[in-house]
Ligand binder design. Structure first.
Ligand code: F6R
Length: 253
């Protein structure tokens, strides 16, 4: 039996509203929530909805703390391709969050072991993530945990998969400019979140989303480990659910 709750949205706008409502409910119920956040294209609409929620007075982020999944190794916070910059531009600067309560791995720390240990301590000090937002990579990565022989537990420094570099090249002048490594929260840290919300849109994600939700649980498809988490909600549009709908329709709803 699939423990994941898979919610279908007709398009990206509906997906963004539905997923934002889940985070909004968390913040309304507990204004001191710890939110695990993601970057990439998938959560952009959701962030825009949270900003609207703040602007119309429904959401107060003044006591919310956040911890982001990952950061490119080597990029400074001010580099417009860094995930720290992304979070500021697409969410933080538009809401009343205290920037001191936001955390992103430090891409400029050259000592990987040191930065991974520091970030694990940050996650630990938050006392548990209430809801972890995830996108899914074409390789099945969550955070930047790429397919591997084992699940990485804590924060780790990864070599990005060529497929990920190719997918993310759209944001850089060329594929050669995409950093080759990143710091990412580990699978164990992600799995420790009380609730997980994964968002996926577009046909390009349909096959990997099927493998993640309905295929064997394997570090070759890192997102498949989410099948073992007791409280996962996947919100996806029709295009991303195409293969699940064909092969495993009873998993939806
Ligand atoms: C981003 C992250 C990645 C992305 C994934 C999907 O912080 O951790 O796992 O969620 O690469 O990216 P998009 O949403 O751009 O397709």
């Amino acid at each position: 039996m699939n423990m994941m709750k898979i919610i279908k949205a007709k398009d990206y706008a509906e997906l963004s509203r539905k997923a934002a409502n889940i985070i909004a409910a968390q913040v309304i119920l507990n204004p001191e929530s710890v939110l695990g956040l993601a970057t990439g294209s998938s959560p952009l609409g959701l962030y825009a909805e949270l900003i609207k929620g703040y602007e119309n007075g429904d959401l107060d982020f003044s006591k919310v703390r956040t911890v982001n999944l990952d950061e490119y190794r080597g990029l400074t916070k001010d580099n417009d391709q860094s995930y720290a910059y992304f979070m500021r531009e697409n969410l933080f600067k538009h809401i009343n969050i205290d920037m001191a309560n936001t955390n992103v791995p430090d891409g400029t720390e050259p000592d990987a072991a040191k930065e991974c240990a520091r970030y694990d301590a940050v996650i630990e000090s938050m006392g548990g993530v209430d809801i972890q937002l995830l996108g899914i990579g074409h390789t099945g990565h969550i955070g930047f945990n790429e397919p591997a022989d084992e699940f990485k537990k804590g924060t780790n420094c990864v070599d990005l998969d060529p497929k990920t570099i190719e997918a993310n090249a759209r944001f850089f002048p060329s594929a050669d400019d995409v950093p080759k490594q990143a710091y990412t929260m580990g699978i164990q840290s992600i799995m420790k979140a009380k609730k997980i919300l994964l968002v996926a849109n577009g046909e390009g994600k349909a096959e990997i989303l099927y493998k993640a939700c309905c295929g064997p649980i394997t570090p070759r498809v890192p997102a498949s480990v989410l099948q073992l988490h007791p409280d996962v909600v996947v919100v996806a549009d029709e295009a991303a659910l195409k293969v699940i709908e064909e092969k495993c329709p009873c998993c939806i709803g």
